[in-house]
Design a protein around this ligand. Sequence first.
Ligand SMILES: *Cc1c(COP(=O)(O)O)cnc(C)c1O
Length: 367
Amino acid sequence: MQKTPYYLIDKAALRANLDKITRLRERSGAKCLLALKCFATWAVFDFMRESMDGTTSSSLYEVQLGREKFGGETHAYSVAWADDDMPGVIAAADKVIFNSISQLERFGAQVSEAGIPCGLRVNPGISHSGFELADPARPFSRLGEADPDRVAAVLDRISGVMFHNNCENASLEVFERLLTQIEQRFGHLLSHLAWVSLGGGIHFTGADYPLDAFADRLREFSERYGVQVYLEPGEAAITGAATLETSVLDIVENGRRVAIVDSSTEAHMLDLLIYRLNARRVGDGGPHDYIVAGKTCLAGDIFGEFGFAEPLKVGDRISFADAAGYTMVKKNWFNGIAMPAIVVKQLDGQLEVVRTFSYADYVASLS
Ligand SMILES: *Cc1c(COP(=O)(O)O)cnc(C)c1O
């Protein structure tokens, strides 16, 4: 039995998302690329490849990982490329998407001469996001070209555009409203292009999401402009597919009962701190309340307050949901605490340990 802490990826839960992605691709004609910045645990890429067309990226290393471990179509996007990124990007990418016209001007010819199509990120100036921190259309955003006239002037150098302006958008109605506004503002440009990516942030794998209506809207968009539509799901592809498994190391009392686990928000579930969220605990509640906290010396390293059916004792297991997206990719060595192993629950229920980390990995992470 693997000792805690570990991230546990459940292939059956992942399969449920992938089946929806397959249905969406079939009905809409859209291609779906996994956004590696959200989830890059390549142990399950063989499994995901059956239901997705490839990957999209935010850096040279992600482009390389996508090519090497996932395959299929490899889109290369970055907020800003450096000169020495280009050879590696050109060797691995099927498309290179620039964040600005100045980057297109600097690197576009080099990419086109290598026979790789170029794209441009366009910022439509409207978005759906619950957090300003993650809102690509926030004031003074650097994420994409905002002026339709400036985009029109470079249409001969690009074969497509990418809009990414949704974040955890669970409403088809809101998505449609935003897409219609994009069409009003940029529609005259789109029919000159071969492809349009509508980015990620659309929670179409959610339980109540009207998947078929979403697919039909994408097909209609694709036919109206004669473009191949791409989606870049990160969170939607892996939502609900992993937990963080921890054990209680100590229970202290200082006005409230606090259970300390062998993990940490800051080191192993960083987004809880960044977005000031409570973890979601897997399991039934109960009358015995505890603050559940991490073992780093950060005073506010707290997963949340939870009720338990029985009083907690040292060694009890506590598992936290939503440990796939933006979680494993952000784990770090803060406080030098043991990094969670990665375990995959196969479809037959068998647990397979695919990675463990040791003191040697900690040492190697610095010098
Ligand atoms: C973050 C990001 C995605 C993935 O977003 P999710 O919310 O995880 O679906 C896709 N495309 C781009 C350009 C991104 O920046």
